[in-house]
Design a protein around this ligand. Structure first.
Ligand code: ADP
Ligand code: ADP
Length: 238
């Protein structure tokens, strides 16, 4: 059974006045347990919108999104907060999820503390996740701004991992990094998948990135999925 099932999802953005723009025109895609599904396509094709729909960050006009058999299409408030233990996100810009006024330790402990973990429990999990993303334990005392772009992305990934999600929506998570750093972060995503069985919905405009990481790839064009296949099928020249 798929972990995530997106079925015929339509998203309309409200423009000025009564006008709307249909950013998703009935999109269907599934992600199985431990699977990495790539979402590729040119800029503006609707990739981020699909990620946002899964994360509950945009309103779905019609269609259905289910996670592990539960309808989450319109989950908001408490229901959405509970989903944070299952679905997490890593954005292109780690500052999106890293509060610069908090130390790395605080950033990573926060999702645990707000859900009732003791400080001691949080400290243990934070140390485990820093280890998982190959950052030194003493990073907890430092601020995100003290780290390089690649290391900040490791912090953002650790932050996504602390609740032990089953799915991570990755929205261009390596696009802001230089090529060498991209390769090390992609290796990290691969290792995490092997070590934890986590699934990814992986948004990227970069076919090379997707080929390295993803089992299946969906190609988006103007709000629709126009092709689905193995990374090799989808990325080979016609
Ligand atoms: P991608 O991630 O593939 O670059 P997006 O999902 O960000 O594409 O955007 C899809 C389309 O929706 C684009 O045409 C974009 O301009 C439009 N769009 C995205 N966000 C909004 C918004 N908040 N309001 C209106 N239009 C939007
Ligand atoms: P168990 O949960 O019984 O320890 P697992 O095979 O589920 O065994 O996990 C192996 C290791 O990976 C454990 O240390 C666990 O805490 C960790 N882990 C499992 N799922 C995740 C996840 N989604 N994110 C981060 N770590 C995880």
């Amino acid at each position: 059974n798929p972990l995530l099932e997106v079925d015929d999802v339509v998203v309309d953005y409200r423009l000025r006045g009564r006008a709307t723009f249909r950013a998703l025109k009935g999109v269907s895609v599934t992600v199985g347990p431990g699977e990495c599904v790539g979402l590729v396509g040119e800029s503006g094709s609707g990739k981020s919108t699909l990620g946002k729909a899964v994360l509950g960050l945009t309103t779905v006009a019609s269609g259905r999104i289910t996670f592990d058999g539960t309808d989450i299409t319109h989950a908001r408030g408490a229901a959405r907060r509970r989903l944070a233990s299952d679905i997490q996100v890593v954005f292109q810009d780690p500052y999106g999820s890293l509060d610069p006024t908090m130390t790395v330790g605080e950033v990573l402990a926060e999702p645990l503390v707000v859900t009732g973990a003791t400080r001691a429990q949080a400290r243990t999990v934070v140390a485990e996740m820093l280890d998982r993303v190959r950052l030194p334990t003493d990073a907890v005392h430092r601020y995100p701004s003290e780290f390089s772009g690649g290391q900040r992305q490791r912090i953002a990934i650790a932050r996504a991992l602390v609740r032990r999600p089953r799915l991570i929506v990755c929205d261009e998570p390596v696009s802001a990094l230089d090529l060498t750093t991209q390769a090390t972060i992609l290796d990290l995503f691969l290792d995490l998948q092997r070590e934890t069985g986590v699934s990814y919905l992986f948004v990227s405009h970069d076919l090379g990135v997707v080929r390295r990481l993803c089992h299946r790839v969906a190609v988006m064009y103007q709000g629709e999925i126009v092709e689905t296949g193995s990374a090799r099928q989808v990325t080979q020249d016609p």
